[in-house]
Design a protein around this ligand. Structure first.
Ligand code: SF4
Length: 404
């Protein structure tokens, strides 16, 4: 338990982030913690790099809406101060606090208070001895060894309220380190790609690493380490867990076709506009934006709600059934209005609501579908022309292989 939030043992995977304010400035830090909690953070970490930060934590912890983890850098005394401040968890970096006596002292104090500790191994600050032992390189084996050494110090004093992370900025390295760690320990794991960088590449790196592990059943809590507003880290974390089916959906899941030669509208622009319009609205539905009525409603039939473009108008469908036709410039507003209605009343109520317009909507969709097929034919993407060109490329004669 980190405060009242369970981590590991089959509990839902949690989202963490870290404040970027001076912890000593407790009002600024609290206001950021509130923003992170509102975005969906389950746990927030604050740096405790000086005594003034520990004093800030003493003011922050009683007012925080989520459990607080104190990030301890080089000074074990800051860990003792953070415990006095009442934090719900500590994070220690074994590469930075190296004296076993200090480590055991902190663990004993934490044990008395039943406060868990995250062993936060970081590829960039590995213990110099381990670095040398593993050939002057940061390897998965070296990172796991660092974590195991720290666990041994903790277990020496009977401390087992442990979480572990083995973060690296290299995605393949962190994946392998976590895989090896999961083989040798049952303690809960905190996942992250450290110093992933600014979005979008930072988000992509962190997602590649964490999603791979989560799909293998590895990981109990996650943090995106992005060079941006930490609220974005939380949103990314929530979204990752939602798309992987590990947490209940909170906001809309907007799906959209990639557009093609058959599209009757600028799908990219409409999808962007819809994304912005749904924003932070808590409507946990799947909503589709499709570029044409020929394939759109069929391909998005599993969505709760969708709209497909056709001849300067939008064909709205609920669970694959056409319900009404709207002007092209009303497509997004209509989606929002119907999404709110379905969220409040259910899909069947929405279909009933459209009982008087459904037949006409179906006919209009069929009309636009035929029109699109007549104008663009069955082959709107000119696949047949490409296929005919492929057939004109000389083929190897018998006995010749592609390798030649
Ligand atoms: S066929 Fe229609 S729905 Fe499919 S990608 Fe093209 S425009 Fe989008």
């Amino acid at each position: 338990m980190v405060g009242d939030v369970p981590v590991g043992g089959g509990a839902p995977v949690t989202v963490q982030s870290m404040t970027v304010t001076k912890t000593a400035d407790h009002e600024a830090t609290l206001s950021q913690i509130y923003a992170l909690a509102a975005a969906g953070a389950d746990i927030v970490r604050c740096t405790c790099n000086e005594s003034a930060a520990a004093e800030g934590l003493a003011r922050i912890v009683p007012r925080s809406p989520v459990p607080i983890v104190a990030d301890i850098h080089h000074q074990h005394l800051r860990a003792l101060e953070a415990l006095e401040a009442g934090v719900h968890c500590l994070r220690l970096n074994p590469g930075n606090i190296r004296n076993p006596k200090h480590i055991k002292l902190v663990a004993s104090e934490a044990l008395d208070r039943r406060v868990p500790i995250r062993i936060g191994v970081n590829g960039g600050s590995l213990h110099p001895e381990l670095y040398a032992k593993h050939g002057g390189k940061v390897t998965p084996e070296a990172m796991v060894e660092s974590a195991l050494q720290e666990i041994a110090y903790f277990e020496d004093v009977g401390f087992d309220l442990i979480k572990i992370s083995v973060k690296a900025s290299s995605v393949p390295l962190m994946i392998e380190a976590y895989r090896q760690l999961a083989e040798v320990t049952d303690y809960p794991l905190h996942l992250g790609v450290t110093e992933a960088g600014p979005p979008p590449i930072g988000t992509l790196k962190a997602t590649a690493g964490m999603a791979t592990l989560l799909a293998e059943g590895i990981g109990d809590t996650i943090r995106y380490s992005l060079t941006t507003d930490p609220v974005e880290e939380v949103k990314a974390g929530r979204q990752l867990l939602e798309v992987m089916g590990l947490r209940e959906r909170k906001n809309v899941d907007l799906i959209a076709c990639p557009s093609c030669g058959r599209a009757e509208v600028d799908v990219f622009a409409i999808a962007d506009e819809a994304m912005r319009a749904f924003g932070e609205r808590e409507i946990p539905l799947q909503v589709a934006v499709m570029g044409c009525v020929v394939n759109g409603p069929g391909e998005a039939r599993d969505a709760d709600l969708g709209i497909a473009a056709g001849n300067k108008r939008g064909h709205l469908f609920v669970k694959g059934q056409n319900v009404m036709v709207v002007a092209e410039d009303e497509m997004v507003d209509t989606l929002i209005e119907w999404a709110e209605y379905i969220h409040a009343n259910g899909a069947q109520a929405a279909l009933d609501r459209a009982s008087s317009t459904r037949a006409a909507a179906r006919r209009a969709a069929e009309q636009d579908r035929k029109r699109n097929l007549n104008e663009l034919g069955d082959d709107a993407n000119n696949a047949e022309a490409a296929i005919s060109n492929i057939r004109m490329v000389p083929k190897p004669t018998r006995g010749q292989s592609d390798a030649k």
